[in-house]
Design a protein. Structure first.
Length: 277
């Protein structure tokens, strides 16, 4: 956290994602005296953590100087209502870091001003266990130092990547932002398929969860790409090949599953663009 330790951080919104970041900051040794939180009703565990760390809260919290970073972790639909009271807290050297989906840099600049340094980021829910991935993009006003500060604050939740165009954040939202739900649905479907094959509900659920999480961990650790990992567990003429013919088609590519996933991501992308205006 050394890159972000030069100034204070105001966290606006301490729900699921904001709370996950806060946990990461404290676990990473960030000075709680430099953290301020604006959240009227945090979840009980987050409220307890805030109290135990002695973090100053309020609507807004009392700060002696403008924060170095304002982290916006409120729901997108609440952003327009929240920003008018938050914008006056920013100083000349403050960078605004938003993790709200569908909230454009331009919409935030309407509140913070045309000269404001703004970084927009898209994390995903595995951030809660330090295994997320967050994509970031910045407006021209954000300095390299400010970008590094924002990245350091987000690295507590997992990996980070930068995209050169803000428009790509919508595609990131459709892939990795919404992606965990796609994986959870796979586990749901695998559970139902196991039950249809004759396994009882408890065993079906255990097998599906362990298979999906284990395969995910293998993908995480292996340098091989997903296609190679798939080929490595597919014996010619075996059971896996029989199943993959259903999912992928006889040609082995651009099959039903790939087409369905492409349509799903396209739908999420279209909705992300609608939300962004």
């Amino acid at each position: 956290m050394s890159t972000a330790a030069a100034g204070s951080v105001l966290l606006v919104g301490a729900g699921r994602m904001g709370g996950a970041l806060l946990k990461g900051w404290l676990a990473g040794g960030y000075d709680p005296a430099r953290i301020f939180v604006q959240e009227p009703s945090p979840p009980p565990d987050i409220a307890e953590m805030i109290k135990a760390a002695g973090i100053v809260t309020g609507e807004p919290p009392a700060m002696e100087a403008p924060p170095r970073v304002i982290v916006l972790a409120v729901k997108p639909q609440m952003m327009d209502a929240a920003l008018p009271s938050i914008a006056p807290l920013a100083g000349a050297d403050t960078v605004v870091l938003s993790i709200a989906a569908g909230t454009s840099i331009a919409s935030m600049a309407r509140h913070f001003g045309p000269d404001a340094a703004i970084v927009r980021a898209m994390p995903n829910t595995p951030a809660a266990i330090g295994r997320g991935i967050t994509a970031l993009c910045a407006n021209p006003n954000a300095t390299p130092e400010q970008c590094a500060e924002c990245e350091a604050l987000l690295k507590v939740s997992g990996k980070t990547v930068w995209v050169g165009e803000e428009g790509l954040i919508d595609a990131v939202t459709a892939v990795s932002g919404s992606g965990p739900a796609y994986v959870f649905l796979l586990a749901e479907c695998l559970t139902e398929a196991a039950k249809a094959a004759g396994l009882d509900a408890d065993l079906a659920s255990r097998l599906a969860r362990a298979t999906v999480s284990g395969a995910g961990e293998m993908l995480h650790r292996s340098p091989l790409d997903p296609a190679e990992l798939r080929r490595n567990v597919t014996s010619p003429g075996g059971t896996t090949e029989a199943a993959l013919r259903v999912l992928m088609g006889e040609a082995g590519s651009t099959g039903p599953m790939e087409k369905l996933m492409t349509l799903a991501v396209a739908a999420a992308l279209a909705r992300a663009r609608e939300l962004a205006g």
